[in-house]
Design a binder for this molecule. Structure first.
Ligand SMILES: Nc1ncnc2c1ncn2[C@@H]1O[C@H](COP(=O)(O)OP(=O)(O)OP(=O)(O)O)[C@@H](O)[C@H]1O
Ligand SMILES: [Mg+2]
Length: 265
């Protein structure tokens, strides 16, 4: 593994789904401690991109490297935390909050070995960081949608990843817990964790963003700083910018106040 390799390296990536390429010739590098957000309208390929980038979907052409290693050869899955787009924690199998979050430790543990102190501590820290420590013994199925979403975030945090990929993690999560998540992610980024966030509305997370990548119809149409993105949008005659599903320049709704340089973290 190359020591100076980006955490995530995506080059000329094309991903087919249902007989057509839904991600097309995408390039994306994410470095340690960098916080990148992927924006774009429904169906623009955001989830497909992050799933292919974390080895969950095969690609037909191009290259994905994780920590310098081609994805086909990558084995250190405990270094990656992934929060899927829709809550699936409660699908069928009855499980407690603690069991779901503990599943985040599985890739670190030898099969069937008892939980070590470090595992229990990581699970407890993850539960606390999403404010669910007091619900640990409850069935996930009995939590609200936003609480279930926070369980999935805790599961990803419990792996103690070096790359954290979150696909619309704050959908359905109230403002107070979005602010809590922003503090937790800021602390992770400050420790060198690379973060890739897919989002429609950034809310309190906006101030953390180092780079914005905009997808449209499977292609990257913008890759740069939030400032550059705001300038590009201001000079655009595009009435249907992917940042703003309602168009008309309601940027504050998307990026929120206080996202300018100097106010982050
Ligand atoms: N399993 C699948 N089979 C076929 N096509 C798919 C499949 N999953 C997604 N697609 C198509 O791929 C395209 C991109 O989907 P994707 O889920 O990546 O979009 P997205 O940008 O994440 O959208 P959203 O904002 O709604 O989450 C869409 O046109 C979708 O219909
Ligand atoms: Mg999606």
């Amino acid at each position: 593994m190359l020591s100076d390799a980006p955490t995530l390296h995506v080059h000329d990536l094309t991903v087919p789904l249902g007989g057509r390429s839904v991600v097309r010739h995408v390039a994306l590098d994410v470095r340690p401690g960098e916080f990148v957000t992927v924006l774009g309208g429904n169906g623009s390929g955001k989830s497909t991109l992050v799933r292919a980038a974390t080895g969950l979907l095969p690609h037909t052409s191009g290259e994905v490297r994780l920590f310098g290693t081609p994805v086909a050869d990558f084995r250190d899955w405990h270094r990656i935390g992934y929060v899927p787009q829709r809550p699936s924690a409660a699908s069928g199998v009855p499980a407690t909050v603690r069991e779901i979050v503990t599943a985040g430790r599985l890739s670190r543990r030898r099969l069937l070995r008892p939980l070590r102190h470090a595992d229990k501590a990581a699970v407890q820290a993850a539960l606390t960081s999403v404010d669910l420590a007091d619900r640990a013994g409850e069935s996930v199925a009995e939590l609200s949608g936003g609480q279930q979403q926070r369980v999935l975030i805790a599961r990803a945090l419990a792996t103690e990843p070096d790359l954290l990929v979150l696909d619309e993690p704050t959908a359905g999560v109230d403002l107070e817990h979005q602010q809590l998540l922003a503090r937790v992610l800021a602390a992770h980024a400050a420790r060198g964790v690379a973060i890739v966030l897919v989002a429609h509305e950034l809310g309190p997370l906006a101030r953390l963003i180092d780079r914005v990548v905009v997808l449209r119809d499977g292609r990257v149409t913008f890759d740069g700083t939030p400032d550059a993105e705001a300038a590009a949008f201001a000079h655009s005659h595009d009435q249907h910018h992917p940042l703003d599903p309602n168009s008309g320049g309601a940027r504050a709704v998307v990026l929120g106040p206080g996202w300018q340089a100097g106010e982050r973290r």
